[in-house]
Design a protein around this ligand. Structure first.
Ligand SMILES: Cc1cc2nc3c(=O)[nH]c(=O)nc-3n(C[C@H](O)[C@H](O)[C@H](O)COP(=O)(O)OP(=O)(O)OC[C@H]3O[C@@H](n4cnc5c(N)ncnc54)[C@H](O)[C@@H]3O)c2cc1C
Ligand code: FES
Length: 506
């Protein structure tokens, strides 16, 4: 190495580096004072950005450069290398950008570049919406509102949410927050001031009951009317409830909202045993979180192996063994026939003690509002590539939207955080005249104890699963293939390859 380095932070960029220091790498970690920086080489140009993703702090030197953007290895946030703007969720805050200076062979970094004004995107004056109403205060609704203001929309912006909390980090409700390792203050996507400062009229605890498409008016449950020029439906999905006797008892919960998670935590404080029905992502994450809280946890599921429909049985069984190693007990290929006050009865006749029961058997899209308004609905609100519904001027995004996916030539409805946020962002830009198709490759992550699984693409079914690496060694890339084509990949410890797959499939 021709320049000063420190073990943790890389090159001291105030002393300069040479191109040779990059070796065959495109990304190089360095520092200016205490500020960690990543240098990015694209062709002959070198750019400098903050080293940590503004979402959860992912290490951008392990990310992927695509054109003039960099993608975070952890949850695929996309940043502009020139302006630092968080172009694609789940990050919303920009990266710091630094000025790169050259002196002969050497490259130095000393100073920050002042943040660039974000480009505005406004449609022809005659068609500019004066009132945009967003129904839903979740991932898609929040991302839409945030992007509308970021792109310079100055009209009225109303966000109506049945939730009693402002938009929050919903994925965390079954992970660190439920486990007690993330404090409450980490949960809001933005502090309360954000809505006030950005003139977003966020009305919480507000249920929209009716849409009058002809008169551009919605009615709330408390009988208020609100007019709109453009409407965004981001009503998400709701947990499925099975007709199990006892499911209405006070110790039985589903998990969707911040208040659901708080209620479960309150109840868990006096509980010693929990039964989780369902071995999907939420069921298993809840099992891990409650185990971390010291409860004895049993998972009951109709499936042969956990997550087998999404990840296949090998990866599913590995995740099962991980939970078992932590002390979670599985009861597979069975269900609950009855929930009693301190126990449950399984369909195989077994009885388990249960101070707490969580039903995690999937969700269904909240389409009732759209359906009663006459919008086309079929297993989700049907939208085109631009995420517009069958009624012009009304858009849908997130878990509730079933969009026409050009790449796979099928209608897709996906229940992933990043997909919902990115759809919200595309809707915002289309409301301002961008005419942008939603073409992102679906991506999600799931966390079990200290193990994170990342997944990109969408494989409803497959004829072959190819495993590269060793699942048990937590180093694997699993390819889901149909007719020789890989439609999705899942990985442990293979973040870069998953980023590459997503970029190549876009
Ligand atoms: C516990 C949990 C953990 C998760 N973990 C992950 C994960 O690790 N990775 C991942 O990719 N995805 C995860 N997901 C899925 C992800 O959270 C969803 O895909 C995402 O929240 C969908 O966003 P949305 O905006 O479509 O819906 P939501 O975020 O559910 O928001 C819907 C909003 O609409 C409101 N609403 C509905 N109907 C009305 C009405 N009539 N009037 C007013 N308001 C209404 C609701 O109150 C809510 O505010 C998780 C989900 C949960 C519940
Ligand atoms: S930490 Fe970068 S996207 Fe989450």
């Amino acid at each position: 190495m021709s320049s000063d380095t420190t073990e943790n932070t890389g090159f001291d960029l105030t002393k300069g580096i040479t191109l040779a220091d990059f070796g065959d790498q495109q990304l190089l970690r360095g520092q200016v004072g205490d500020e960690p920086i990543v240098l990015v080489r694209t062709g002959n140009e070198i750019m400098a950005i903050g080293a940590h993703c503004t979402h959860y702090g992912g290490p951008l030197e392990e990310g992927l450069v695509v054109g003039e953007t960099i993608r975070c290895p952890w949850h695929h946030a996309c940043f502009s290398l020139r302006s630092g703007e968080a172009l694609g969720a789940p990050a919303f805050d920009p990266l710091l950008c630094w000025k790169v200076e050259r002196d002969g062979e050497r490259v130095f970094v000393h100073n920050r570049i002042s943040p660039a004004a974000q480009p505005e995107l406004l449609i022809a004056v005659t068609d500019r919406p004066k009132n945009i109403v967003i129904v839903g205060g979740g991932a898609a609704g929040f991302a839409c509102a945030e992007m509308l203001r970021r792109r310079g929309y100055q009209g009225h912006l109303t966000m109506l949410s049945e939730d009693t909390d402002a938009p929050c980090d919903r994925p965390n409700l079954s992970k660190d927050y439920l486990a007690g390792t993330a404090p409450e203050k980490w949960m809001p996507l933005r502090p309360d001031d954000f809505y006030k400062d950005n003139h977003i009229d966020l009305q919480l605890g507000t249920v929209v009951q009716h849409i009058d498409t002809a008169n551009h008016r919605i009615t709330t449950k408390d009988d208020r009317s609100i007019l709109f020029d453009r409407l965004v439906l981001a009503t998400g999905a709701e947990p499925v409830r099975l007709p199990i006797p006892g499911q209405d008892s006070a110790h039985v919960f589903t998990l969707r909202s911040f208040s659901d998670s708080r209620r479960i935590i309150e109840h868990a404080k006096n509980a010693r045993t929990a039964v989780v029905l369902g071995s999907g992502f939420i069921g298993l994450e809840v099992a891990a979180a409650l185990h971390t809280r010291g409860l004895a946890v049993h998972v009951v599921s109709l499936d042969q192996s956990p997550l087998q429909n999404v990840l296949g049985s090998k990866l599913g069984n590995f995740i099962r063994s991980l939970h078992e190693a932590h002390g979670v007990t599985f009861h597979m290929e069975t269900s609950l026939t009855n929930i009693e006050s301190e126990s449950v009865t399984l369909s195989n006749g077994d009885k388990l003690t249960a101070d707490l029961v969580i039903l995690g058997v999937g969700v269904r899209p909240r389409t009732a509002l759209a359906e009663s308004a006459g919008l086309n609905v079929n297993k989700g609100i049907l939208v085109d590539e631009y995420l517009q519904t069958s009624v012009p001027g009304i858009y849908a995004a997130g878990d509730v939207a079933r969009w026409r996916d050009e790449a796979s030539r099928q209608a897709l409805r996906i229940e992933h955080w990043v997909v919902a946020e990115r759809q919200g962002q595309v809707v915002a830009e289309n409301l301002l005249g961008a005419n942008k198709k939603f073409q992102d490759v679906p991506f999600f992550w799931s966390v079990h104890y200290d193990l994170t699984i990342n997944y990109a693409g969408h494989a409803q079914s497959w004829d072959t699963i190819e495993i590269d690496g060793d699942i048990a060694a937590r180093d694997c890339l699993v390819r889901y293939q149909r007719n020789g084509v890989t439609t999705a990949v899942a990985g442990i410890g293979r973040d870069k390859q998953i980023l590459e797959f997503a970029a190549a499939s876009a």
